[in-house]
Design a protein around this ligand. Structure first.
Ligand SMILES: Cc1ncc(COP(=O)(O)O)c(C=O)c1O
Length: 402
């Protein structure tokens, strides 16, 4: 039987195709379980997970600390709504504010998109009270799929058919401080930026761009919103990318790796931005629920206790160096930080690369036609990275073949 002639997986795919709206197309694999950085498909085949549920599974799969925190919490109290307080959300808020090391207030959500929706609503309110009527975001940015977050998303192919939008957003080329300066005036309520663009292809800006953005916002009284949904919680080898850039935004949004696989997001307002929302301005039935909050606490504790920031810097460099040292006509290079890398190809071969990697036992993500995203669990080992680097030339050979 060839690797693609599956049994249970094929049956699930057929059922998926008839039961689901076709938003995602049929996924190439049905996963059954995971442990650490390994996953197994429903037909029992093992893979090294180099995508981590799209930069989410920070502790890998079935990490004992996460299993224990979630199991304990679900057996204690799983849901309170925001009508009642619970200890995990208070502990988590305090823990995050501690790590952020600046006076701030937090609003918990269920996802990244919702964290950005909260940030946008907050910025709309700021704009209304200050005569500010528009927003600035970057071309090729990704901030989410609901109508507010989508309005901020600078990708015509996923945005344009859903307009007109409830907010006026002006787009500037990412990384171009002069263009940003021209776009931001005293009528701009907020600038939304990813510290490194994720969905665009793991694209870091030029050195000093984020600092320039801070200065431009300060000069015009606009809020600076840092969307760190993909980049924070250790992914780059630092807790937060803005800290690494030495810039404090007014608003910060988080999600993905924070819950280690449980759904949670956060909108953090620093200083005065933390008091723009008043009672009744925004809400969420599930946001910051006890189980997700307990999971996020376990993620933060484990990253700290196991020295994972340092580990990410070390094995991230091993992965980047291993790719950079691979000599192959299809390989153009590698960019990104820590365990968040874009492997760049010389042609639009990322889909065949993903298929070849899967066949060789590695899960990666064909992010852009010529860029493959690697965002493995933060716990991936040096030996596991070495197996991928060793397999890379053969995967590239396979991907290069028509
Ligand atoms: C930078 C950024 N913002 C927002 C989102 C949306 O987050 P979610 O898919 O959790 O709604 C994503 C998801 O990829 C993202 O990368």
């Amino acid at each position: 039987m060839s690797l693609y002639e599956r049994t249970v997986g094929d049956a699930l795919s057929k059922r998926f195709e008839t039961a689901f709206m076709p938003n995602y197309g049929v996924p190439p694999l049905a996963l059954a379980r995971g442990e650490g950085s390994k996953v197994w498909d429903v037909d029992g085949r093992e893979y090294l997970d180099l995508i981590g549920g799209i930069a989410v599974s920070s502790l890998g799969h079935a990490h004992p600390a996460l299993v224990e925190a979630v199991s304990k919490q679900v057996a204690t109290i799983a849901h309170t709504s925001n009508l009642f307080l619970h200890e995990p959300e208070v502990l988590l808020a305090e823990r995050l504010l501690d790590l952020l090391a600046a006076p701030a207030r937090v609003f918990f959500t269920n996802s990244g998109t919702e964290a950005n929706e909260a940030a946008l609503k907050l910025a709309v309110k700021y704009g209304k009270t200050n005569g500010r009527t528009y927003f600035v975001a970057a071309e090729n940015s990704f901030h989410g799929r609901t109508l507010g977050a989508l309005a901020l998303t600078g990708k015509a192919s996923i945005r344009d058919q859903f307009g007109p939008f409830p907010v006026d957003v002006r787009f500037v080329p990412y990384g171009d401080a002069e263009a940003l300066k021209s776009a931001v005036t005293d009528k701009c309520a907020a600038v939304f930026l990813e510290p490194t663009q994720g969905e665009a292809g793991v694209v870091p800006p030029p050195e000093g761009y984020f600092k320039a953005a801070r200065e431009i916002c300060d000069a015009n009284g606009a809020l600076l919103v840092a969307d760190e949904i993909q980049s924070a919680i250790g992914r780059t080898g630092h807790w937060f990318a803005h800290q690494h850039a030495g810039v404090l935004p007014d608003v910060l949004t988080l999600a993905k790796g924070l819950g280690g696989g449980m759904p949670i997001g956060a909108c953090v307002g620093f200083g005065p931005a933390g008091t723009i929302f008043a009672k009744g301005d925004h809400g969420s039935t599930f946001g910051g629920n006890p189980v997700s909050a307990a999971a996020a606490l376990a993620v933060l504790d484990t990253i700290e206790k196991d020295g994972l920031l340092e580990h990410v810097r070390t094995v991230g460099a091993q992965l980047a160096d291993g790719i950079a040292a691979t000599d192959h006509p299809l390989l153009a290079g590698v960019r990104g930080d820590g365990l968040w890398l874009g492997l760049m190809l010389t042609g639009d071969r990322s889909a065949p690369f993903q298929a070849a990697a899967q066949e060789a036992g590695f899960l990666v993500n064909a992010l852009q036609p010529g860029v493959v995203r690697l965002a493995p669990p933060l716990v991936i080992t040096s030996d596991q990275i070495a197996t991928f680097v060793a397999a890379l030339p053969a995967i590239l050979d396979e991907a290069a073949d028509d």
